[in-house]
Design a protein around this ligand. Structure first.
Ligand code: NDP
Length: 343
């Protein structure tokens, strides 16, 4: 039985599904399949790269990875693999952990000047001794495929063609490609970081939603969130958004990526109703950890549509990086590619 899987991990055990839980299963939220949408976008990018090749252009991406951060190394390997799949040239630069601001600035300036490099991505975080802001500011805005440069932030807020941060752009792709209306809807974004919360909010405003941005000082967060037709969680706290935060039928986009290793925490998240998941239990038992979002799995019982973690927003980030690299290659050469949606 599914519940037996966790026996031996702190005595966690689940009973079989109750009739009530079975009834609820008929009301589970529609799952928005980010993996499929990301795959569609990669195919579109590959077709675009092929079309550009006939004109003698191959988009190129340079990734700068300083020192040894295991999570960043996995992520960068993933980027290189997808570049190869879609036909984008890619190269990696791996300065030592001891690299100075001056050395990284010299590297970025060199990449800025190379015509075959269309996109430059400086993997964060940088070591403590490096002035990260100075390094990011040095990236040519036309090659800033992360969309973090103030010039691109300005383009986004004034609705001009620029490079949009990948994860926020992915959120909009999920909504539009899932035919979820944005214009006129109440959207609530929890999180106001420069890399996720603020750009997501700006994109939703540009798409004519009525947007509220929440953060750690927001009063009555559940009450504010319950106003949302579209609720975006970008917080970094496993399962914080419980059913009390969600209006029945709302679309919930879970940007969070949190590693859970504690058995009691796992049980809090996955012990009941539709939240139970045999595959997840097996993963947790064998690996001792599982990746969860900021949205509690029980939200599937109240939301109208929901992005899973993993397999929701995550896969979109690299797909949109590929999109941005092709877009940068086109824009640098004075032409535009058709927008894939309203990004
Ligand atoms: P940050 O830590 O930079 O920002 C977190 C935001 O959440 C802050 O604005 C903070 O408020 C707010 N917050 C924290 N605690 C609370 C609380 N109790 N109530 C309300 N608001 C709160 O995180 P990021 O924006 O970088 O990332 C957010 C999540 O998204 C993380 O889980 C991260 O791993 C994930 N992520 C996923 C990506 C993907 O590819 N899917 C890409 C990037 C991030 P305040 O400003 O007041 O401190």
């Amino acid at each position: 039985m599914v519940g037996d899987v966790l026996d031996g991990l702190g005595g966690v055990r689940f009973s079989s599904r109750s009739p009530k839980a079975e009834a609820r299963s008929r009301m589970a939220a529609r799952i928005l399949d980010g993996s499929r949408i990301a795959s569609d976008i990669r195919n579109e990018v590959a077709a675009e790269v092929k079309a550009m090749a006939s004109g003698g252009v191959r988009p190129g991406l340079a990734v700068v990875l300083v020192g040894h951060n295991p999570a960043s190394e996995i992520y960068v390997r993933g980027k290189a693999k997808v570049c190869e799949e879609v036909g984008i040239y890619s190269e990696q630069h791996t300065p030592a952990e001891t690299a100075t601001t001056a050395e990284l600035l010299a590297l970025v300036h060199d990449l800025n000047g190379r015509d075959e490099i269309d996109g430059i991505l400086v993997q964060l975080p940088l070591p403590q001794q490096v002035d990260s802001k100075q390094v990011l500011m040095a990236v040519d805005p036309a090659k800033d495929v992360d969309g973090f440069h103030p010039v691109n932030v300005g383009f986004l807020s004034t609705q001009r063609a620029g490079l949009v941060p990948c994860t926020p752009a992915g959120v909009i792709e999920i909504l539009t490609r899932s035919n979820i209306p944005i214009a006129g809807q109440e959207a609530v974004v929890v999180g106001r970081s420069d890399i996720v919360g603020k750009p997501v909010a700006m994109l939703l405003i540009n798409a004519n939603a009525t947007v509220t941005v929440c953060h750690s000082k927001t009063h009555d967060l559940p009450g504010v969130c319950r106003r949302a037709d579209i609720l975006v969680a970008a917080i970094g706290r496993a399962g914080m958004i419980t059913r009390d935060f969600v209006k029945p039928g709302a679309t919930v986009i879970d940007v969070g990526m949190n590693k859970v290793t504690d058995t009691a925490e796992f049980q809090r998240l996955f012990a009941g109703g539709l939240a139970r998941n045999a595959k997840r239990e097996e993963t947790f038992r064998t690996r001792g950890s599982t990746l969860v979002g900021d949205v509690h799995p029980e939200v599937t019982e109240i939301a109208g549509a929901l992005t899973p973690v993993p397999g929701g927003v995550g896969p979109l980030t690299i797909a949109m990086l590929m999109y941005n690299t092709v877009k940068a290659a086109r824009m640098r050469r004075g032409s535009r590619i058709p927008e894939m949606s309203r990004v």
